[in-house]
Design a protein around this ligand. Structure first.
Ligand SMILES: [Zn+2]
Length: 247
């Protein structure tokens, strides 16, 4: 299960704050980098299983899925990156580096945890509120889309919070009250179907509708259907009903 370092999956507020913390520290020669940003509920479940119920290794987290700020894109872990390797070393001189990291993080508006050195999160958030869908303000689509897809993915297992409301608005399907009454039909005439100016073969042909194309039937006159080609509820002409199949 791979570690997510895509900063776009973090809430934009922590995204910018973490970026400035890393930049400040790097300028001071302290090689902190984002080790993990967003953490999926399934990865959280995997980490929680470590050291429990016969799974090997030490216990690495107290949080079950949706119980860590990482699942909401509101936390990130900064770890030392030295000679191409991640290092949690806090011995000797390096103890000061981690202290400095916490200090800079606080100054930039992030909250460190005393029992989990690399962890930084947005301050003043409550997990119980996040679980009920009260998300931080100033969200953006890349954060919301990622969170929503993880929520949908984990809904089977239960415990998932509500989907963030920020997702791009789509007009309601009932915005056009007439649309419900419009019947979509497919042209099933092999060689195409004449669209006529009126309900009969004596009316002039306006155009020929391609086989397998779609029309909206908005009225009936005998064996003839009044059709709308564009879905704007305006009549474009008439077709013989026997070559239309409702879909
Ligand atoms: Zn963390």
């Amino acid at each position: 299960m791979s570690v997510d370092r895509n900063m776009q999956h973090l809430h934009p507020t922590i995204r910018t704050r973490v970026a400035s913390v890393v930049s400040i520290l790097n300028k001071e020669g302290l090689p902190f980098k984002v080790f993990e940003g967003y953490r999926s509920p399934s990865r959280q479940a995997y980490l929680f299983s470590k050291g429990r119920n016969g799974v090997a290794g030490p216990i690495v987290t107290r949080a079950r899925p949706w119980q860590s700020m990482h699942q909401y894109g509101c936390a990130a872990d900064l770890v030392l990156r030295e000679n191409g390797r991640w290092s949690w070393d806090d011995s000797g001189q390096k103890r000061k580096w981690w202290k400095r990291m916490h200090k800079v993080a606080k100054a930039e508006g992030l909250e460190p945890l005393s029992w989990e050195m690399p962890h930084l999160q947005l301050p003043d958030l409550s997990l119980s509120e996040l679980r009920r869908g009260y998300y931080p303000e100033n969200a953006d689509e890349s954060w919301a889309n990622n969170l929503a897809s993880e929520i949908y993915r984990s809904q089977r297992d239960g415990g998932a919070p509500p989907v963030p409301s920020l997702l791009p608005d789509r007009p309601s399907l009932n915005d056009n009250p007439d649309e419900e009454q419009m019947v979509r039909s497919k042209v099933i005439a092999r060689t195409g179907l004449n669209l006529r100016a009126g309900p009969g073969v004596n009316f002039p042909t306006l155009s020929v509708l391609q086989p397998n194309s779609f029309v909206y039937v908005i009225g009936q006159e005998g064996d003839w259907s009044q059709v709308d080609l564009e879905g704007d509820n305006l009549a474009d002409g008439y077709c013989h009903s026997s070559y239309l199949r409702q879909v």
